[in-house]
Design a protein around this ligand. Structure first.
Ligand code: F6P
Length: 365
């Protein structure tokens, strides 16, 4: 029977599982545990100041605590991380977890069974937006643990998580906006679920989301423009030149500074997002993190007919080298991402540090 427009997440997962008759049900149970964490976080976020949860983490009168990225931790970052852990550390589905908010891998307590999956997550992405009541989200990725981890039940190491994005079994995000949504891929397209606040259930509201291949909307933090590499500068210059430039059409720009919200906009109506590699800080090749930001969003985009890239190569093919590795990220409408990749391949001709190809008709298609 086809799924009705208002199936619950549980019904949806049961239908998906029927495609794999030998599946144990662990995978579905894991996704439901992740969804439970997201519902708990949605509730905490919704209480805002009333819940006493805004502001920085750390005892009053002391300096705010800082995570492994060197970023100030918000109270809700820490609480959301704890919610992910407590929803997922007992069910027997996981061999280990890794998160933006923890330096190293989280070991499943010996008091609970260990399973065959690895969960990687950013519990609250865009958290600098919390205090100003702008949408934030959780991002997650599910990998299979290496076979020797499954066989031996040994503690996980960072190396166990260093798998390219092509290995992801599922990826998704929860967006805590005017409505709370869970957007999920289990490798068979992308579906969106809206949280019904009366029932506390995610219901299927957005079937098989498709990203339009073309767009006239881009998102980038333009304050970094002096640090951009020439291909990115070329792309943005051409968009800004609008109808009278080489693209011969006007472009619109958006920047929420909340990647989940930007990804959601792009899944809903197309667009392109760039947080490219730049020269701002030699120690940071890009701003966003490969394992728990770039890869899950890349899987969602590709499953929805979009594209995700480092600018130079497909994101999902990148072999990770570190748990908290940063990377340049470009994603969204396929034709625009392909264009940006092409600009990275083409030779850069510079005149007074300005890419010549910004000029009308030069290097034109
Ligand atoms: O940590 C990631 C993040 O908050 C993303 O959600 C967002 O896209 C980006 O950082 C915003 O960066 P910036 O502060 O440079 O605009």
């Amino acid at each position: 029977m086809p799924l009705s427009r208002r199936s619950t997440l549980t019904q949806f997962l049961i239908e998906e599982r029927r495609r794999f008759p030998s599946a144990s049900g662990d995978f579905n149970a894991l996704i439901l545990d992740v969804a439970l964490a997201c519902k708990a976080i949605a509730r905490a976020v919704a209480f805002g100041e009333l819940g006493g949860m805004l502001g920085n983490h750390g005892a009053a009168g002391t300096d705010a605590s800082v995570n492994v990225q060197g970023e100030t931790q918000k109270k809700l970052d820490v609480i959301s991380n704890e919610m992910f852990i407590s929803a997922n550390n007992w069910g027997g589905h996981l061999a280990g977890m890794a998160s933006e908010e923890m330096d190293g891998p989280y070991q499943i307590p010996r008091s609970s069974p260990r399973g065959k999956y690895l969960l990687v997550f950013d519990p609250l992405d865009g958290s600098s937006n919390i205090d100003v009541n702008v949408s934030v989200g959780s991002v997650f990725s599910i990998l299979r643990a290496p076979q020797d981890v499954i066989d031996s039940g040994r503690d996980v190491t960072a190396a166990d998580f260093l798998q390219p994005g092509t290995q992801q079994l599922a990826a998704g995000y929860a967006l805590y906006g005017p409505t709370t949504m869970l957007v999920l891929t289990v490798g068979n397209g992308v579906n969106g679920f809206t949280l019904d606040p009366n029932l506390g259930e995610f219901k299927l509201t957005h079937h098989q989301i498709q990203v339009p291949a073309d767009t006239q909307e881009f998102a980038i933090n333009a304050s970094n423009s002096r640090f951009w590499e020439a291909p990115v500068k070329r792309y943005v210059d051409e968009c800004l030149a609008g109808r009278t430039g080489p693209r011969e059409q006007d472009f619109n720009m958006r920047w929420i500074a909340s990647m989940v919200a930007e990804a959601h906009r792009i899944l809903m109506r197309g667009g392109v997002f760039l947080y490219p590699r730049d020269t701002k800080d030699a120690a940071k090749p890009g701003r966003l993190r490969l394992l728990y930001e770039a890869n899950p969003i890349a899987m969602l985009m590709e499953q929805a007919g979009g594209r995700a890239s480092t600018g130079r190569e497909p994101m999902l093919g990148v072999q990770p080298t570190g748990l908290h590795q940063r990377i340049g990220l470009v994603f969204g409408s396929k034709h625009e991402v392909e264009r940006i990749e092409r600009y990275h391949r083409e030779p850069v001709a510079m005149k007074d540090n300005t890419p010549l190809f910004a000029e009308r008709s030069l290097f034109r298609d």
